[in-house]
Design a protein around this ligand. Structure first.
Ligand code: ADP
Length: 560
């Protein structure tokens, strides 16, 4: 081997921070935070707070001093229990820049899981939003490793033993000398939602975050630059808000952070008033916004969203009807993406090839509904149950394996989960997918949600996505019900729009017209007020399976 002559410059978070200060100190972080409750509507009243990247950098450096004065050093785990706002962003930079590890705790987990992950991570310091203080007594009593609690936001009376964030950093110098940081050391950690068993910890390196940001910003992916204003509606407490807190400052794009305020009319107004150019969220957010945009347009006062050029959707499958609805009725592009906590999370993103421009709209939306092509440096493959490679023909479903510099190679302190998910340098996603000849991947299902009927697979996601395009339906989830002859058969669980009724024959026709075979149709439908959701707004199929575990299918289908 011949040694190269290149410098070995580590890829670290302080590199992003220094660049933000040097080149983009005027770019802004705009935070909307609840400042009270409207007595009439009972809805939170949003306050608007503005900070420049220059100020953010100064305050992050003050935080670094405060953290090290409090005993935080290389490897110390510092937990954040917070929504999307500028102080949380300051922590995203300060904690890794002193060599410590930012553990973003998912605030929506139940208390016992929060206790589990704080103890499992061995967190020593906790930064908490004022609004979550009432939850703390039950948690703190069971977390012996926590030595300091710092509260973000004003409180009438600070509980004894806790410090106010502004007091914590007050008077500290705005210049901190970074310790030497190895690009492979831990910078952050998140736990998966743990739909089964305990949550599993994923630890992100500086290098992974930096490479992920570079590729995310690239014109092939989110295409963000200094000219952009970005609103990530994905939480900073779950998968680092899809990396936007690092991607945007790296290129100088303004960031808009809206805490937990996600009401569709509020989001629409922020998109308009802040001149947002790019935004990202899970399908649930975009369903709500689409209804609001439709309503405003029908009322003759549409929102002015001329600057908005893309809405990224991921986290669960985005139905084609959603993508088409935005495109046809509002001229807005929805870009479908896929990723997981274990992939930092950018895995794939749907961008069209030049030849797709010539397609008829219907055919173009078919392509846009696919889950996208792998990001640079990410590799995908499909395997069967014996780990044999499957073809990328757009038809053959298989277990989706992924590999790349921001894909986890293990779970933190969890050899069993690590062994179950790693395969000769590849990570088994637990998803079933197809990949077409152009390299576009399509998630068919979570392996555990697939319906195995008479030796064939039925994709619950496919059925759900199509059903959700039915004008009378608001939500649709499809689960497997045990069947004496066919092993499993699909049951549709539906939420009907107010004032409508829908029948099985009507839905059968709707599905048959859209290419489903008769044997793939749900045997029955049940109607509910709401589909149970996970902490991040995905359908909680496990809860539905529990609810309908003794369900007896009344229809006797002939599948031959
Ligand atoms: P959890 O919700 O368990 O914490 P993640 O938030 O990491 O996990 O979610 C990852 C999973 O979400 C993926 O494995 C996949 O099943 C699903 N997912 C993410 N994006 C999409 C998408 N665009 N289409 C379908 N499924 C998706």
């Amino acid at each position: 081997m011949l040694e190269s002559t290149m410098m070995d410059v580590p890829l670290t978070i302080p590199t992003i921070l220094d660049r933000m200060k040097l080149l983009f100190s005027g770019s802004k972080v705009i935070s909307y935070l609840p400042v009270g409750i409207d007595p009439e509507t009972k809805q939170p009243i949003p306050g608007r707070f503005e900070e420049t990247y220059g100020q953010l950098s100064d305050r992050a450096h003050q935080l670094m001093h405060a953290l090290t004065d409090a005993g935080v050093k290389s490897g110390t785990r510092v937990a954040t229990f917070a929504t999307n706002h500028y102080r949380h962003l300051e922590l995203y930079y300060a904690i890794p820049s002193v060599g410590a590890v930012a553990h973003m705790v998912n605030i929506r987990l139940p208390d016992e899981q929060i206790v589990y992950i704080i103890n499992h991570a061995g967190d020593e310091v906790l930064f908490v939003d004022n609004v979550f203080l009432p939850r703390l007594p039950a948690i703190l009593a069971q977390c012996p490793t926590l030595k300091h609690v710092i509260v973000m936001g004003a409180v009438p009376q600070l509980p004894s033993g806790m410090t106010d964030f502004e007091t914590f950093i007050a008077g500290k110098p705005t210049q901190f000398t970074y310790p030497e940081i190895d690009e492979r050391q831990a910078a952050g950690m998140c736990y998966t939602s743990g739909t089964t068993g305990h949550p599993k910890g994923v630890v992100y390196s500086h290098r992974a975050y930096v490479l992920h940001s570079l590729v995310s910003a690239s014109s092939e992916m989110m295409a963000v630059t200094e000219r952009d204003t970005v609103l990530p509606i994905v939480p900073m407490f779950h998968v680092s808000a899809w990396g936007y807190p690092f991607t945007c400052p790296f290129v100088g794009a303004n960031l808009v952070l809206t805490s937990v305020l996600t009401a569709p009319a509020f989001i629409a107004r922020v998109l308009q008033d802040e001149g947002v150019t790019h935004t990202a969220g899970v399908p649930t957010i975009w369903f709500g916004l689409l209804e609001e945009l439709d309503r405003a347009k029908a009322a003759g006062s549409p929102y002015k969203l001329q600057k908005l050029r893309s809405l990224l959707v991921g986290g669960s499958a985005a139905p084609r009807s959603l993508i088409e609805g935005y495109g046809e009725r509002h001229g807005l592009r929805v870009a479908h993406a896929w990723g997981m906590t274990e992939t930092t999370p950018l895995g794939t993103l749907n961008n069209l090839k030049p030849e797709h421009d010539a397609l008829e709209p219907a055919a173009r939306y078919d392509v846009m509904a696919l889950t996208g092509r792998p990001a640079m440096l990410v590799q995908l493959k499909l395997v069967d149950e014996h780990d044999g490679l499957l073809p990328h023909d757009g038809r053959t479903p298989g277990r989706l394996l992924v590999r790349g510099p921001w894909v986890t190679g293990s779970y933190y302190d969890n050899p069993e989960a690590t062994a179950a998910s790693q395969q000769n340098g590849w990570f088994d996603t637990g998803d079933i997918a197809t990949i077409n000849t152009d390299g576009y991947m399509m998630i068919q299902d979570r392996a555990k949600d697939l319906i195995k009927s008479g030796g064939e697979w039925i994709s619950s996601v496919d059925l759900e996505n199509t059903l959700m395009g039915h004008p009378k339906l608001k939500e649709a989830a499809v689960i497997a019900i045990a069947h004496p002859k066919w092993d499993e058969r699909p049951l549709g669980v539906l939420v009907v729009r107010d004032g409508f009724e829908v029948t099985k024959p009507e839905l059968d026709t709707f599905l048959l017209e859209r290419g489903f075979a008769k044997w793939q149709l749900p045997d029955a439908y049940e109607f509910v007020a709401e589909i149970p959701k996970t902490t991040v707004g995905k359908f909680l199929k496990r809860a539905l399976r529990d609810q309908f575990k003794d369900y007896k299918l009344e229809t006797s289908v002939t599948l031959e």
